[in-house]
Design a protein around this ligand. Structure first.
Ligand code: FAD
Length: 386
């Protein structure tokens, strides 16, 4: 049987309990389908050993504009779509966390993000800014970059006060961030009726069937294995490394991206005085621990804009592989009995709801919940071309 919009309850097997797998399981469980998810990880929680889902390692920047530095305009359009979904999904998951007595820390915030550049790097920053400042399809009104003068920057982010005098800054209104670890935990814990099978690998899959410890039949099989979908799809892993810091009192309110000629470095505040610095991007499928070079470069760049990080404590260094297709674009493939989703690359959290909605539409199923997205802060500022 092939499920369609008329199938009240389809038997669905999802290979992979990473970002796409959990988001699909949550939505399909809510729609009343009978969902089974299989993943080689020993359990639902991350081990931060470089082996599990890339979704856990991600810093969770939701940056439709800033990602234009490394992506085509359709990524921005998909990103605005996704931010509206994450806003609604996170609200539902927060309610669920309260109802079930789980940790209630917020997992989604939309205060815009900052791009900053040292005076000596202004030329390189302006090239990025010229690309980011182009209006993009789907961009909500009021979400163009805004140059910030020193008082406006100090008012928004006092923690940047002690940084080098010639720091240039731009606010990207409407951009957001998501706590990846909390969100993946909540999606898994709150997916209605879903059966999770850990420590098991899908060796092979085809329309309506997969092979794990034995062969199993479903109405629909979904391949959400990321890098694990090879060799069926020409997906490769792109290594990325992040540093977790404990920085009490830092007070950073929104993600901050340093425009630098050599490094793409961002600093992302999370609950519990935690700050993530990310991320390297290396053409390698090496899953071994973070290199000294990456650690030094990431932390030195972050310290150059936030000197107060000097006394932060290093909690963890993590690494993983971003699943990338040759054109660096996401892809959804559908044939009767089979859906494949992959290629989320470096913007997986930014793209996942849009990609999942594309897959749901192909099946004739309702989309993810949605909220209106609005830029949330409009400081005294001037046009982007500062
Ligand atoms: C360092 C780093 C920083 C990042 N930062 C951001 C960011 O700030 N913003 C953003 O939008 N994106 C970011 N990303 C990208 C994002 O994490 C990925 O694009 C996203 O996680 C891909 O989702 P996925 O579900 O396809 O793969 P994954 O999340 O990797 O999940 C794949 C799952 O499939 C499972 N699997 C593998 N093989 C099999 C098999 N044979 N059988 C069953 N299961 C299998 C794996 O165990 C895993 O659980 C970052 C990534 C990295 C590495």
């Amino acid at each position: 049987m092939t499920p369609s919009s008329t199938s009240a309850c389809a038997r669905i097997g999802i290979a992979g309990a990473g970002l796409l797998g959990r988001l699909l399981a949550w939505q399909l469980g809510r729609l009343g389908h009978q969902v089974t998810v299989v993943d080689p990880a020993p359990g639902p929680a991350p081990l931060f050993d470089g082996q599990g889902a890339a979704g856990f390692t991600a810093a969770g920047m939701l940056s439709p504009l800033a990602e234009l530095d490394a992506a085509e305009p359709d990524v921005a359009g998909r990103g605005w779509h996704s931010i509206a979904r994450w806003s609604a999904i996170s609200a539902l998951l927060a309610d669920g966390a309260t109802a079930t007595g789980q940790d209630e820390a917020p997992a989604f915030t939309q205060r815009g993000s900052l791009m900053v550049a040292h005076g000596s790097d202004l030329g390189a920053a302006r090239r990025v800014l010229a690309r980011v400042a182009q209006p993009m399809p789907g961009q909500p009104a009021g979400c163009s970059p805004q140059a910030l003068d020193r008082p406006a920057l100090n008012a928004l982010e006092p923690s940047l006060h002690g940084s080098a005098g010639a720091l240039h800054a731009w606010l990207l209104p409407g951009e957001a961030q998501i706590d990846t670890v909390r969100t993946l935990a909540r999606l898994q814990a709150q997916a209605p009726g879903v059966q999770w099978r850990w420590g098991e690998t899908v060796e092979d899959l085809s329309p309506g069937r997969w092979q794990t410890r034995g062969a199993e039949a479903f109405d629909l099989v979904i391949d959400a294995r990321g890098v694990g979908a090879r060799p069926t799809w020409p997906v490769r892993g792109v290594r990325g490394e992040v540093i977790w810091l404990h920085a009490p009192g830092l007070g950073l309110q929104r993600p901050l991206r340093l425009l630098h000629p050599r490094h793409r470095v961002y600093i992302v505040p999370r609950a519990d005085d935690t700050v993530l610095i990310g991320a390297s991007e290396i053409e390698s499928e090496d899953r071994s621990p973070v290199s000294l070079r990456s650690a030094v470069e990431l932390m030195a760049a972050a310290h150059s804009v936030l000197p107060a990080l000097a006394e932060a404590r290093i909690l963890r260094m993590d690494r993983n592989l971003r699943p990338a297709l040759p054109d660096h674009r996401p892809r959804v493939h559908h044939e009767p009995g089979l859906l494949r989703l992959n290629g989320l690359y470096r913007h997986g959290w930014l793209l996942a709801p849009s990609v999942v909605d594309e897959a749901l539409a192909l099946m004739g199923w309702p989309p993810l919940p949605c909220a209106a997205t609005m830029p949330t802060s409009t400081p005294a500022s001037s046009p982007a071309s500062a």
